[in-house]
Design a protein around this ligand. Structure first.
Ligand code: TYM
Length: 334
């Protein structure tokens, strides 16, 4: 069976962006049953920027709890944290030797994150896409569900696989494609519709956290920035209205409707009507998840057991692929 792989960094709490752009779709892939689904808490990626050890430790369990509470079933999917499967770091090194510096220089996320400070960021942050390629290709995964912001990294994965196959004259690593589907593949900041909602934005009012309670969710949507116009009559009317478009997309993502259906339902409605409806929907969808996350996090031993079991399963797939890679490259082994 073909494989799906995706990962989330434990570099802070989970946001509504992670849920709609990633986790909810991971669950759909799992439940479709057409692919073997492998999901990873990518802790090695998190430390590309400084993480307080105790905070990283807690965030790793929180992301795992978020996966499980949202419907990732450790019986149907493989769920693990990256550092427990050392093959990721090993293949990541080989890919660092395949990928070119010029390719890394084109990564827009690096340029955004490093900004004017490119001399001071970690070498790991720069090389990160090579490790990401190893995450995916270690399982010969072909489908990678991600949000819009990861598209360039998954495309680079394809370039790395091609160059490896070409340089070593093999047909070993498969073609990989990002899968970016649905109405909410780029959830925006609630205070600025031109910026992505992220775990690490300065103000908590910018984002919905998966652990926010009902009152907080309602307050954040109430205070969300909008323009003064009511909702348009057609989808076209959302053009050049980034904040309005974002709230419609979030509603669509949470409800399972298309953005067009949401517009039809709320054509001409004011924010005084739409925002409370959106908050109610978000509480209805996220409330049970955050309750379950809290229950899971109260029993870390259970989470740790699930991750360890997942790591055993992941290793079983990854090790033969790593061994074969070493053989192709020319390493002397057992
Ligand atoms: P990360 O941890 O930043 O985000 C995890 C997933 O959530 C998606 N996402 C969003 N989707 C929509 N709107 C948003 N505002 C939003 N914010 C985040 C991301 O696109 C991503 O799918 N490099 C990756 C992690 C990674 C990975 C991998 C992913 C490491 N190895 C292998 C796929 C395959 C990252 O930093 O995601």
């Amino acid at each position: 069976t073909p494989r799906v792989f995706s990962g989330i960094k434990p570099s802070g709490g989970l946001t509504l962006g992670n849920y709609l752009g990633a986790i909810k779709r991971f669950v759909d892939w799992q439940d479709a049953g057409t692919h073997e689904t492998i999901y990873c808490v990518v802790d090695l990626h998190a430390i590309t920027v400084w993480q307080e050890p105790a905070v990283l430790h807690a965030a790793t369990r929180e992301v795992a709890a978020g996966f499980i509470a949202s419907g990732i079933d450790p019986v149907k999917s493989i769920l693990f944290n990256q550092s427990q499967v050392s093959a990721h770091a090993e293949l990541g090194w080989i890919f660092s030797c395949v990928a070119r510096v010029g390719w890394m220089n084109r990564m827009t996320q690096f340029k955004d994150k490093a900004g004017a400070n490119a001399e001071k960021v970690s070498l790991g942050l720069y090389a990160y896409p090579a490790l990401m390629a190893s995450d995916i290709l270690l399982y010969h995964a072909t489908h990678v569900p991600v949000g819009e912001d990861q598209k360039q990294h998954v495309e680079l994965t394809r370039d790395i696989a091609q160059k490896f196959n070409h340089d070593y004259k093999v047909d070993f690593f498969p073609e990989t494609a990002p899968v970016i589907e649905g109405p909410a593949t780029r959830v925006m900041n609630l205070r600025d519709g031109t910026k992505k909602m992220s775990k690490s934005g300065e103000s908590d009012m910018e984002r919905i956290n998966m652990t926010d309670d009902a009152a907080t969710i309602a307050k954040k949507f109430k205070k969300a920035r909008t323009d003064p116009e009511p909702l348009p009559e057609t989808l076209d009317g959302l053009k050049d209205r980034p904040e309005a478009k974002n709230l419609v997309d979030i509603y669509a993502g949470l409800s399972g409707l298309s953005a067009e259906q949401v517009i039809t339902e709320y054509a001409g409605a004011g924010w005084g009507k739409f925002k409370p409806a959106l908050a109610e929907l978000a509480v209805e969808k996220l409330g049970p998840i955050s309750t379950e996350m809290a229950r899971l996090m109260a029993d870390p031993a259970e989470i740790d057991r699930i991750l360890a079991h997942g790591a055993d399963q992941a290793r079983e797939i990854a090790q033969p692929i790593l061994d074969e890679t070493y053989r192709i490259v020319g390493m002397v082994g057992r």
